[in-house]
Design a protein around this ligand. Structure first.
Ligand SMILES: NC(=O)c1ccc[n+]([C@@H]2O[C@H](COP(=O)([O-])OP(=O)(O)OC[C@H]3O[C@@H](n4cnc5c(N)ncnc54)[C@H](OP(=O)(O)O)[C@@H]3O)[C@@H](O)[C@H]2O)c1
Length: 313
């Protein structure tokens, strides 16, 4: 599979990455059970995917443990990305809180290393900005972890342009992970130009708009998992309905290439300047295999123009 440099770093990531939120299951998603989750991760590795994005909070440790189980003897061949900065008191979504203090990061790194059964993390990302901790404190602690070789590189997630500017005063980071897909394009205004200028890699998350771009939902769908709770993205109301209208129209563009709309969505994303990898949230091997069809072809210039016009409406 094609690999791209993550920003100005030395990391070369596969253009399709494995997003391991879904396999974490409860309290956010319904997963397919541990055996199918492990098979999905192994299938990804077998198909040449080398970038695996997880987080402690994904299933309260489950996602990291499954990644470790699946990639057991392949540690030196993969790029493991995990996160810090979201803590929980008990295993319920309501108890999750932001904490990027030095003490908390110190606790979290040791827990992640144990769960991932490794002695270093390739890319360690601050999951969300913590309004109660200075960016100086967070960055200084991450730099210490880097010196200690517990992490190789630092990344940020869900940070705005001005928050990234502030962080750069106290340390370095190689990537920004934020929501970006055909339907959610806020990142294009400030963050993408900033990252391109500074050589910061862009890891778009929710490349399929957390499932909306698969084309399997309609205006009547009622989401019973986290998507029904208004946490991230749009899964009800006018914006959701307009997204569904667009997805229906995108299906005919996809069919020009004999593809499904989710192949088109991943292909489109990878065609945007500065994008390194699309971390698709697949939960079973068959999806991982299917998503391979998103690469190895190009959307024509004319279709790209028409698609972008449609997306701008
Ligand atoms: N940093 C952050 O704050 C943050 C936030 C969100 C996500 N992320 C990262 O981004 C990754 C992906 O984002 P995401 O989980 O929001 O969703 P996504 O990748 O946009 O979409 C995932 C959904 O797509 C469906 N899907 C995937 N491949 C499919 C296929 N071949 N056929 C049919 N359906 C398919 C799955 O459906 P089923 O449910 O039916 O299996 C799943 O619900 C996460 O795993 C995580 O690593 C990071």
């Amino acid at each position: 599979m094609e690999k791209r440099k993550l920003g100005a770093s030395d990391l070369k990531v596969s253009v399709i990455g494995f997003g391991a939120w879904g396999i974490g299951g409860h309290p956010f998603w319904t997963n397919e059970g541990d055996n199918k989750s492990v098979s999905a991760v192994q299938k990804a590795f077998d198909l040449g995917i080398n970038f695996f994005d997880t987080a402690p909070v994904y299933g309260f440790g489950r996602s990291e443990r499954l990644i470790a189980k699946a990639l057991n003897k392949k540690r030196d061949k993969v790029i493991l990305a995990t996160k810090c900065g979201l803590r929980w008191e008990k295993e319920s979504a309501g108890s999750i809180r932001k904490d990027s203090s030095a003490n908390s990061i110190r606790f979290e790194i040791e827990e992640s290393l144990k769960r991932l059964k490794t002695d270093f993390i390739d890319l360690y990302q601050v999951h969300w900005p913590d309004p109660n901790t200075s960016f100086r404190e967070t960055m200084e602690e991450l730099l210490k972890l880097k010196e200690e070789k517990k992490i190789l590189t630092i990344g940020l997630s869900n940070f705005s342009k001005s928050q990234m500017e502030e962080c750069l005063k106290y340390g370095e980071f190689i990537s920004l992970q934020s929501m970006y897909n055909m339907l959610e394009r806020d990142l294009e205004k400030d963050e993408i130009p900033f990252c391109k200028e500074k050589g910061i890699g862009i890891i778009p998350y929710s490349p399929l708009a957390s499932g909306v771009l698969t084309g399997k939902y309609d205006k009547q769908t009622k989401f019973r998992d986290w998507r029904g709770k208004g946490i991230l993205g749009h899964f009800s109301g006018e914006i959701y309905e307009s997204h569904i209208d667009k997805v229906e129209k995108l299906k005919s563009f996809a069919s020009n290439y004999g593809k499904k709309v989710y192949h088109l969505a991943i292909n489109w994303l990878l065609a945007q300047e500065g994008i390194s990898t699309a971390i698709v949230g697949a939960k079973k091997a068959v999806q991982v295999q299917d998503n391979q069809q998103a690469t190895g072809w190009e959307i024509s210039e004319e279709d790209m123009k028409n698609i972008n016009e449609l997306l701008a409406t």
